[in-house]
Write a protein that binds this ligand. Sequence first.
Ligand SMILES: Cc1cc2nc3c(=O)[nH]c(=O)nc-3n(C[C@H](O)[C@H](O)[C@H](O)COP(=O)(O)OP(=O)(O)OC[C@H]3O[C@@H](n4cnc5c(N)ncnc54)[C@H](O)[C@@H]3O)c2cc1C
Length: 313
Amino acid sequence: METIRTKCLIIGSGPAGYTAAIYTSRANLSPVMYVGHQPGGQLTTTTEIENFPGYHNGITGSEMMDDLHKQATRFGADVRNGIITEVDFSKRPFTAKADDGIEIVADTVIISTGATARYLGLSDEDKYKGLGVSACATCDGFFYRGKKVAVVGGGDTACEEALYLSNIAAKVYMIVRKDFLRASKVMQRRVFEKENIEVLFNTVTSGLFGEDGLEGATLTEFMGTDKEKTYSLPVDGFFLAIGHTPNTDLFKGQIALDEAGYIITEAHTSLTNVPGVFAAGDVADPRYRQAITAAGSGCKAALDAERYLTELG
Ligand SMILES: Cc1cc2nc3c(=O)[nH]c(=O)nc-3n(C[C@H](O)[C@H](O)[C@H](O)COP(=O)(O)OP(=O)(O)OC[C@H]3O[C@@H](n4cnc5c(N)ncnc54)[C@H](O)[C@@H]3O)c2cc1C
């Protein structure tokens, strides 16, 4: 097995990983980055990004990640195709194995493996991704100004997404499987007080339809024993708000995770419970989940890694 030595291993190539690569390479840490199964991260699955500062005309996700790649490699970041399959944080230097057969020995590790939005698993969801189906109201809500949208879910996040969209869209339907909202009382009150939000209880989505893009959802309402009604709800946007899964399986037992699997970091920093291992982006952020916040935390992780190495001497 070939072994490479680096001052900093970066796992993941979204905005967090690439920002960390730009900063660590400019700080002379000669970072090695593994891009994973989704080079460029989540943004490569979307078309237009309009809210990343600096791109005043908007930019496609793939173009933006391409720019970040060029910027990181310009300063010497060693960006490698491959997936990290194993890590050992129990002793220093840390070690990791990649699926290209290489072992990486690293003084610091920056984890930026992101989080994956949960979808319902409908066969049509993929077909309409970017054409009406979204898992991020903050990202895509603006495209539905004055239109009708649906939000799936009954927890705090779903209520937040519905409230956000209610300020943009003409009408927001919340599709809730149970006969109650799981959200906190205060969120429920805000939702019920909004005139343009209608909660459809006891309702599940069985399909999506539309010719050139999403035109609506097929819903089934359960109305008591053996009684159900299936109908079409015309909507332009269909937002999933049923949670995210942080990509942290690899780190279980190696690093402290919260109940949902997110990496726990020390307040306002990227520090994990293992000195020398840092976390950045959605993998440690159940709250904001934006490209700009991921990039910002990638910068923090790089600065934290650099400081850690300086203090080690
Ligand atoms: C459809 C869609 C549209 C969006 N639109 C916007 C928008 O308009 N504006 C906005 O600000 N945000 C948007 N977001 C959110 C934004 O994409 C995320 O907040 C951001 O990408 C998070 O960046 P990250 O670096 O933390 O992780 P990610 O972008 O999730 O990248 C994770 C990286 O980790 C890698 N990885 C995972 N496991 C391994 C492993 N074992 N080994 C090596 N690498 C690994 C993956 O390959 C990937 O490269 C959107 C998200 C989606 C899904």
